[in-house]
Design a protein around this ligand. Structure first.
Ligand SMILES: [Zn+2]
Ligand SMILES: [Zn+2]
Length: 131
């Protein structure tokens, strides 16, 4: 059952679904500034939090602290460099077919998963003298 979204929440979710990449709260704020439903940055974050609570939107944090949002049905995973913060999307989800044991779920309803690898990109390995 989909929760009843307000016009603004619907707008934010559509903007995330139509975007090719993840968007920050600032990106969304800037994108909606010229639309027919502009909203302040605090309002953007408040609605994003609500969308997260409904399991419709996910959030991940870069090493810089920047938060990036994406719709949960997009099964994307990333390799993120802990040094320069560059982030690269994996072409396939490595755990897509993973089955959760029903006897351990205790009635929990899974909506989505996150999986992120942290490490060093080739440039940073060279700069650190590791490669
Ligand atoms: Zn790097
Ligand atoms: Zn996945």
């Amino acid at each position: 059952m989909e929760p009843k979204l307000s016009a603004r929440q619907d707008h934010l979710l559509s903007a995330l679904r139509n975007a090719e990449t993840e968007l920050s709260g600032q990106d969304l704020h800037a994108q909606l500034r010229n639309s027919d439903t502009p909203m302040g940055l605090a309002t953007v974050y408040r609605h994003l939090r609500q969308l997260q609570q409904w399991g419709l939107v996910r959030c991940r944090h870069l090493p810089s602290g920047e938060a990036l949002f994406a719709p949960t049905e997009r099964d994307d995973h990333h390799l993120t460099c802990v040094d320069c913060g560059s982030t690269q999307r994996l072409a396939h989800c490595p755990v897509h077919a993973l089955e959760l044991p029903p006897q351990e779920m205790g009635g929990f309803l899974p909506l989505f998963h996150t999986l992120e690898f942290f490490g060093l990109c080739p440039d940073c390995q060279r700069r650190q003298g590791r490669a």
